[in-house]
Ligand binder design. Sequence first.
Ligand SMILES: C[S@@+](CC[C@H](N)C(=O)[O-])C[C@H]1O[C@@H](n2cnc3c(N)ncnc32)[C@H](O)[C@@H]1O
Ligand code: SF4
Length: 397
Amino acid sequence: MLIPPPLSLYVHLPWCVRKCPYCDFNSHEARGALPFEGYVDALLADLDHDLPLAWGRTVHSVFFGGGTPSLFPAAAIDRFLQGASARLRFAPGLEITLETNPGTAEHGRFEDYRAAGVNRISFGIQSFDDGCLRRLGRIHDSADAEAAVGLAQDAGFDNLNLDLMYALPGQSLAMAEHDVARAVALSPAHISHYQLTLEPNTVFAARPPQGLPDDDLAWDMQERCQALLAAAGYRQYEVSAYARPGRECAHNLNYWRFGDYLGIGAGAHGKLTLGGEQSILRRWKLKHPAAWLTAAGSAAAIGGDERIAEPRRPFEYMLNALRLLEGFRLDDFEARTGLPRAAIAEPLAAARARGWLEADGGRILPTALGGRFGNDVIQLFLEARGPDRGIRPAHDA
Ligand SMILES: C[S@@+](CC[C@H](N)C(=O)[O-])C[C@H]1O[C@@H](n2cnc3c(N)ncnc32)[C@H](O)[C@@H]1O
Ligand code: SF4
């Protein structure tokens, strides 16, 4: 029996100052003045159109992702949040995150975001090494990054995430460690530490940069940085996420626990459990901002609707849940997939026999070995092969 899990709201804001050569997100270089007001109107229309999927439910987190949401003025974010909270019940004190490129941080703007209701800022720092930042095509340097974090802290934000990437072109082990040390020195609540991947259809995939670390070096970087983060009080709770106690990202945790989310804006993805018809719907929106803007508020803005068929549900569940060090409870598996635990008895036994998963106090969780073979573990649960969505966070638009 499917039981609707907690609901989140993802809002995609698709523009950036410049497209980074490694990035495969739905992000577009801003040319000329951006239609902020028109985009907010379209977001609210898009939300209105999706509302019947979420009648009576409470929203537990909001995430403005991009793209570069910090290109939007605080007044636009404020108008959207007011409109959204008039349409949907917001849980008291819910987490509201805004992704920010340090190259777009302006004095005074963080106070206004805070007044609008944003209570968590996620900075795309990537590295504190100016050479690495240049090779990544970033629009900011390390001084801009430190200044932007300071501005947010001065404005009263105590719930900050810093995104770092490692295995960068020209990066040594010592440089990767130094990046983590500089991040820790800024005392954020949360650090995301991603290995740079060459994604299809990016400039880096077509022309790989010189000096990329090999797999062994990338592995050493991950291990050393993990240890530095642990020593500084950041507990790893997901493949790439580290937090001070109690500061895990509620929004991403809901994705990884196979929760529900409305996805609005160009290219946004949503996942909704429809209790009445006992199905799980994935809905995504037209990717291109101009096309989505024209169609928002009507069925024409929907890029696709897909029900997750029962045989595929274990794989989709594991794709998310096995990213978490805490793993999952079999009761939650049943409630969120609508399948009995017997449906995964075989692959579960195979994974345990190989030492990839273990059972502990009612939970199933990855072992250290399972963590190294993440994709192989998940493949065991793949019964009906469909289009692979990869293992990056579900909000990738
Ligand atoms: C949407 S971006 C964050 C905000 C803003 N757009 C920025 O870049 O400053 C999300 C994060 O994903 C990570 N990321 C993007 N492309 C990646 C790739 N190819 N490999 C690894 N991490 C990547 C970066 O750390 C980035 O900060
Ligand atoms: S990494 Fe961030 S700033 Fe760069 S293009 Fe992608 S979304 Fe935009």
